[in-house]
Design a protein around this ligand. Structure first.
Ligand code: C2E
Ligand code: MG
Ligand code: MG
Ligand code: MG
Length: 279
């Protein structure tokens, strides 16, 4: 009887949150098999100078779930961070991205996102070093993108790791700049090689006058510190023109190209279809 009451009570308090919690558990369970069942793939999105010349690609992880189809990274990466799977998954992305880039005839750069959990947990430096040796990619062609989350937690550990990666020749970019609480203070603690202005400021450029001022301010700060800037989420020619006028160095967004299988961008990396097929 008590049990039945308990159950009734559970049902009484059952809410969308419980539903979400169950769904999260299911996804988290499915994530465990995703690697070995080859459900992950990497999309590549071009990064270009303001004149449109492509200088590299960002690797973006995709999960093709057997029944749900593509699950967005913003949904599953937090789950993989929660249960620690992101360490293995992140290493897989790094290896895929480096192997792919090493096969390009043009020595373009490849940028890979790092999770705070990867930085704090595994032996990231060793695994990156190992992957570079294994794939033959020059460290100077690899850029890692971190958010301020990486520097929260064990700050000293994160800082030392970033320093050692930089000493290997790897570049460090600060992602989603302007969205965190303390982006500015992190600029003084580490010599970032690039700042990525968050997409939210770019998409509001036309509609919100404040956004234009914020973008100008970020550019002027970054330039005073000698750090080049890439604008995320550039979708229109008007946005590109504004950024070019304000001396932003690089852009990434649907205007240049969407994230997609590298097959779509073979011409840009200098691969002919024949070469790809018979490689
Ligand atoms: P992010 O690193 O800031 O990546 C940029 C996001 O903006 C990507 O979303 C990209 O598809 C999207 N984007 C690029 N250009 C445009 C545009 O012009 N318009 C619009 N509306 N969106 C644009 P995506 O691929 O869904 O990834 C979301 C986030 O998931 C990433 O944000 C990153 O934080 C995380 N993520 C993706 N792959 C990985 C990974 O391999 N490891 C880790 N740790 N995180 C990853
Ligand atoms: Mg990124
Ligand atoms: Mg970003
Ligand atoms: Mg983001």
């Amino acid at each position: 009887r008590a049990k039945r009451e308990g159950r009734a009570r559970v049902r009484f308090f059952e809410s969308e949150t419980d539903q979400e919690l169950r769904d999260r558990r299911l996804l988290q369970h499915d994530l465990r098999q995703a690697l070995e069942q080859n459900q992950f793939l990497v999309h590549f999105q071009p990064q270009a100078r303001m004149d449109g010349e492509v200088i590299g690609f960002e690797a973006l992880l995709r999960w093709n779930h057997p029944t749900r189809g593509f699950v967005p990274p913003d949904r599953f990466i937090p789950l993989a961070e929660e249960n620690g799977l992101i360490v293995q998954i992140g290493e897989w992305v790094l290896r895929e991205a480096c192997r792919e880039a090493a096969s390009w005839p043009r020595p373009l750069q490849v940028a890979v996102n790092l999770s705070p959990v990867q930085v704090q947990a595994g032996d990231l430096e060793r695994s990156i070093h190992q992957i570079l040796l294994e794939t033959g990619l020059a460290p100077t062609r690899l850029e890692v993108e971190i958010t301020e989350g990486v520097l929260i937690g064990d700050f000293t550990r994160a800082l030392n790791l970033l320093r050692r990666l930089k000493a290997l020749g790897i570049r460090i970019a600060m992602d989603d700049f302007g969205t965190g609480y303390s982006s500015l203070s992190y600029l003084q603690s580490f010599p970032f090689d690039k700042i990525k202005i968050d997409r939210s400021f770019i998409s509001n450029l036309e509609a919100t006058p404040q956004s234009a001022e914020i973008v100008r301010a970020v550019l002027s700060l970054a330039h005073a510190l000698n750090i080049p800037v890439i604008a995320e989420g550039v979708e229109t020619e008007a946005q590109r023109a504004f950024l070019a006028r304000e001396a932003c160095e690089e852009m990434q967004g649907y205007l240049v190209g969407r994230p997609d299988l590298i097959e779509r961008y073979l011409d840009l990396v200098g691969v002919t279809v024949e070469r790809r097929l018979y490689a």
